[in-house]
Design a protein. Structure first.
Length: 281
C-alpha cells in the first residue's frame, strides 16, 4: 500500500493551486511545507495550496460551524502565509469536490475564512457568490517611480484597485508595488485595470505573499467594482481579460452583491513522497 500523500494540481485561468484532500484534518500544513510545495523548482509549483477539509474536523481552531456546510477551504499563499479568501481557489476547490464525488445533496456552500460562499456549476463554468465588495478610501500605488491612483476594496481580503489609461502590459510588476502601509497594515493585493471598453476590462495583479499571478479571482471583483465606479455605474456584468484568460464578474448595487464566473480545470493527480514531506517540518 502506498504511503504517499495525495494531491491534485488545478488552475482557474492559470491561477494555479496544489489541492490536498484532507477530509479528517490529519495533515500538518506548516508554512515550510506550503512554501516548498508551491516552489516551482523544488516542489510542484503553484500560487497557493487548497486543503480540502471537513468543517467538523477543524475543531475549536476553525470558524464557527454553520448548518448545511460540510467543507472548509483552508487556503495558503505561496509563501506559506494564511489567506482569508481566494476566488479562483474556491472555483478549483468546488471542481475538485465535484470530480471526487464529494458534493453531497443540495446547493454547494463552501466555508472560507471570509465567510461561506455559494457555488453553482453551469455550461462548463463555476460561479461563486463572492458577497459584498466594500469600497474604502482612495489610496495610491507606486511602480517604478510612477504613482497610480486607486481605491481600497475589501472582497474578504484587501485590494487596491487602480483604474488607469497606462499601458498595462508594459508595467514592471516583478517587485511589489509600493503602498501606504498605514492604510494596509497586513499588506494588499494591487490591481491595475483598464477603463471599461466594449470588451470589458484588462487587468494585471500583484498578490501579497505570491507576486504577480496570471489571474486573481477576488482581484477581478475589485477591478470590476473600481472600473464601474470610474465609469459612473453601480452594477453590471463585465468580462475581465487577465494574462491567464477571461473571467466575468457581476456586480449589483454598487458592490452589495458580486459573482465571479469562469473556468476551473484539474490537470493532474498524484502522490507526494512522504519522506520529502516529513523532512520539511
Amino acid at each position: 500500500m502506498s504511503d504517499g500523500i495525495a494531491f491534485t494540481k488545478g488552475h482557474g485561468t492559470q491561477n494555479d493551486f496544489v489541492v490536498l484532500p484532507d477530509p479528517q484534518g490529519a495533515l500538518a500544513l506548516t508554512p515550510q511545507r506550503v512554501a516548498a510545495l508551491c516552489d516551482r523548482h523544488r516542489g510542484l509549483g503553484a500560487d497557493g495550496v487548497l486543503r480540502v477539509v471537513r468543517w467538523s474536523a477543524l475543531g475549536s481552531g476553525g470558524p464557527a460551524p454553520e448548518a448545511g456546510v460540510e467543507w472548509f477551504m483552508d487556503y495558503r499563499n505561496a509563501d506559506g502565509s494564511i489567506a482569508e479568501m481566494c476566488g479562483n481557489g474556491v472555483r478549483v476547490f468546488a471542481r475538485y469536490l465535484e470530480q471526487a464525488g464529494w458534493l453531497g445533496e443540495g446547493p454547494l456552500r463552501i466555508s472560507t475564512r471570509a465567510g461561506v460562499k455559494d457555488v453553482t456549476f453551469a455550461a462548463g463554468e463555476v460561479s461563486v457568490e463572492m458577497g459584498r465588495a466594500r469600497v474604502g478610501e482612495p489610496s495610491t500605488a507606486l511602480v517604478a517611480g510612477r504613482e497610480f491612483d486607486g481605491v481600497a476594496i475589501d472582497v474578504g481580503n484587501p485590494h487596491l484597485a487602480c483604474v488607469t489609461e497606462a499601458d498595462i502590459p508594459a508595467l514592471d510588476l516583478i517587485s511589489p508595488p509600493l503602498h501606504d502601509e498605514a492604510a494596509f497594515p497586513n499588506g494588499v493585493n494591487v490591481e491595475f485595470v483598464s477603463p471599461i471598453g466594449v470588451d470589458g476590462v484588462a487587468m494585471r495583479v500583484h498578490e501579497r505573499g505570491v507576486g504577480e499571478t496570471r489571474s486573481c479571482g477576488t482581484g477581478t471583483v475589485a477591478a470590476v467594482v473600481a472600473a464601474l465606479r470610474a465609469a459612473g455605474r453601480e452594477s453590471g456584468t463585465v468580462p475581465v481579460e487577465t494574462p491567464g484568460g477571461r473571467l466575468r464578474v457581476t456586480v449589483r448595487d454598487g458592490g452589495a452583491s458580486t459573482v465571479l464566473h469562469g473556468p476551473a480545470v484539474l490537470v493532474a493527480h498524484g502522490e507526494l513522497d512522504r519522506s520529502w514531506w516529513e523532512a520539511l517540518r
